[in-house]
Write a protein that binds this ligand. Sequence first.
Ligand SMILES: NC(=O)c1ccc[n+]([C@@H]2O[C@H](COP(=O)([O-])OP(=O)(O)OC[C@H]3O[C@@H](n4cnc5c(N)ncnc54)[C@H](OP(=O)(O)O)[C@@H]3O)[C@@H](O)[C@H]2O)c1
Length: 239
Amino acid sequence: MQKVLLTGASKGIGQEIAKILFQAGYKVFITARDENALQNTPSAGYLAGDLLEENFINELIKTAEKTLGGIDILINNAGSYIWSPIERTEQTDIEKTFILNLQIPYQLCQAVVPNMKQQKKGRIINIGSISGIVGEANASLYSASKAGLLGLTKALALELAENNITVNLISPGWVKTALTADAFAEENNFSETEQIEIIPQRRFIEPSEIAQLVKYLISDSAKGITGQNINLCAGLSLG
Ligand SMILES: NC(=O)c1ccc[n+]([C@@H]2O[C@H](COP(=O)([O-])OP(=O)(O)OC[C@H]3O[C@@H](n4cnc5c(N)ncnc54)[C@H](OP(=O)(O)O)[C@@H]3O)[C@@H](O)[C@H]2O)c1
């Protein structure tokens, strides 16, 4: 049975990934801050905590490895969005966003790669955003943090290719979750209706569409796909 470590599984896209992989027979260890929500999400085990807290990821890796008996697949999904015109962006937001959206995924890769190399198999999926691929006005901080995942994905895919480890990035367009509430908040400059109008398919992406793509990319059928970004965005990245 394949063993998965998944971050940000308490709600939204991550919770759907947990459900779909659990149903497909994967052993999934999950994490997020909201312990109640983790208890109500199907998993092989969980650890509640804040990824921004020092030492939490060491504890996370230790507990996940012990519970699962190793980690074959890492899914870096936890992330935060911030609507922030550049002149209004606070120093603490810069730090938090880069740490959560880019540094933590990097460090989790760093923690799981040695075992994956040893067992000559592994899968890493990073959840980016089309904001990191095409840019999003008033979200340059978020866009920059997600763009960093593209470099990480490509470089690590090259570095690990010989070891039968694939690394891929999924860049969703708008998905209606708690995260988008900030973007669609009234005080910010676009509404949900205005947003839908600029999406070519005139709809939001469903969390299950992302979860199904994750399921495919970690399957044996996708072993030749590495270092790739897939925009799952209902056409939004086409311009
Ligand atoms: N929704 C979209 O339109 C959209 C579009 C493109 C990309 N994405 C990306 O997709 C991923 C999931 O987003 P989502 O829409 O599902 O967001 P969400 O509903 O807000 O879920 C975010 C997840 O990350 C966890 N998380 C946030 N901060 C954390 C922290 N400091 N420590 C530990 N866990 C933390 C949250 O759990 P707790 O709150 O319980 O800690 C939650 O499980 C993110 O990387 C996001 O950037 C989303």
